[in-house]
Design a protein around this ligand. Sequence first.
Ligand code: PEP
Length: 252
Amino acid sequence: MRDILVAGNWKMNGSSTANAELMSGIIAGVPEGSGFSLLVCPPFPYLASVAAQAAGSAVSVGAQNVSEHQKGAFTGEVAPSMLSDVGCEYVIVGHSERRSLYGESSAQVAAKFQAAQAAGMTPILCVGETLEEREAGTTEKVIDEQLDAVLDAAGVEAFGTAVIAYEPVWAIGTGVTATPEQAQDMHRHIRGRFEALNADIAASVQILYGGSMKGENAAGLLAKPDIDGGLIGGASLKAEDFLAIAHAAAQN
Ligand code: PEP
């Protein structure tokens, strides 16, 4: 059985003071039990302090982005080794905001995925369709292309130490959540693609749902057989909201 991962993407929010308060609230309220883990992904400047606060707790720390390069003349970029150096265990790659606002191609996302793994971190690969793509009936094609870019570059075995997040773009930050059935259909499709390539990886890879997940809808989503957690934006910014999802995971 796969563990559930509840991952918070803080995006470009927070401050030293607000983060410390958020982290103490989360750490103090981690539910009892097993079979789930918690992760927070703060902005770059706060990674080291949040990781220091998380040390020894049940909460892991990840980054929201990473350079595909190792070092050198890449002004404004952050190398994979720097992230692992300050305590990151995970890195989100290919978030739809990176793809749409910063023009990251699927090839670049694949390079970031590999760079994160080479530095010993677990990439969380985001895939998802826009509303136009869903309405045009191309959802599966879009997801397949996003997955194939990484599968072609890194190989299926690389997903033995990776997480996938299915994030329909139309549900991110909109308050509109995919129904558990809509999400399950896509998670099944994604796992099915892996089943055709490597049964062990298909059975073990965690596939998170992202898109307006919150305390009120988490239990319904997590009850689905192929949904192994959540990548959570808005509801990860308040300890109470994030912990409501953690409790749904603990009770699943
Ligand atoms: C996200 O940013 O990955 C996300 C799912 O955001 P939200 O939960 O706010 O929709």
